[in-house]
Design a protein around this ligand. Sequence first.
Ligand code: SAM
Ligand code: DTB
Ligand code: SF4
Length: 335
Amino acid sequence: MTTTSPLHFTANPATPAADAAPAATGGRWSVAEVEALFALPFLDLMFRAQEVHRAHFKAGEVQRSTLLSIKTGGCSEDCGYCSQAARYQTGLARESLMPLDEVMERARAAKADGSSRFCMGAAWRSPKEKDLAAVIEMVREVKKLGLETCVTLGMLDGEQARRLAEAGLDYYNHNIDTAPDYYGEIVTTHTLQDRLDTIEQVRDAGINVCSGGIVGMGEGQLGRAGLIAQLANMTPPPESVPINKLIPFPGTPLAEGETLDPFDFVRTVAVARITMPESFVRLSAGREQMSDELQALCFMAGANSIFYGGRLLTADNADASDDTQLFARLGLVSI
Ligand code: SAM
Ligand code: DTB
Ligand code: SF4
């Protein structure tokens, strides 16, 4: 007689382990397999994501990172979503590199607010020597506060990655942003391969990788599956996976955005959780526009990290005080 555990009663019977990549593809996720996850009934997908999440993390623990734009605007690249590309009229004033004392003031405030990581972003295609030296100094000083450090500076070569590693950099953020087949629709001034090369240099230097993407750029479910498959098949997958919802900026080619079903955003978080069981999945840009209920669904889907503090890079983020209330209402604990 077969016994059915009530726990497995609603699980997808075709799936031996909730986070197992299908053996037919040698442990790699094909785009079709990832698409099949997206196609699961919503409740089954959420159940599986919860199973995976609880097998690898303490449910309810959420890591918080604070962002700071240390060099805003004037970027040479043409990323279709970005307010900081020099070629789009987004009304953003171009600024030069922020002085160290100002960065430190912001880092101290982030620490006092309870963030565990400080992420500094610069609108560069890649850093020049003088700029890299200044950022290295920032990394050293922010680390002394007892914060984890992350920077996102565009493309790096091996030597630059090694110097950042030597300074003690904990994470480097470099998103692949969308599916390989769709990348050329969004960016033409560099290629996905350029992004992958930088990620490899970062990995080889021993720095943790933070890489994810943007949902809502017209990529469709197939595009979202392509993005997640590409991330999940990295060996190893990124330690940190930001899932951003497009913030449509007037003046950019993607100003009109895509009318995205919010459940498709939640599905993307769940599929990231299932295919990258050991990664922190960050509920990233676009949170300010989300209801508390939608955010709660994202946490249920396996998101266990957020950007914390009222500002992202050039756009507003959810208020820290709103987050404090939300965490209390949901019994979430920051780590
Ligand atoms: N220049 C560096 C680079 O491209 O990696 C660092 C800064 S760039 C602004 C960092 C990431 O922010 C992008 O890869 C993208 O995922 C995210 N981002 C930028 N603009 C966005 C928007 N309008 N909506 C959502 N995410 C956005
Ligand atoms: C990431 O994936 N999202 C952050 C961070 N990494 C650098 C940036 C979001 C930017 C949102 C738009 C803005 O503030 O300009
Ligand atoms: Fe924006 Fe980064 Fe692209 Fe520059 S490289 S346009 S800062 S996303």
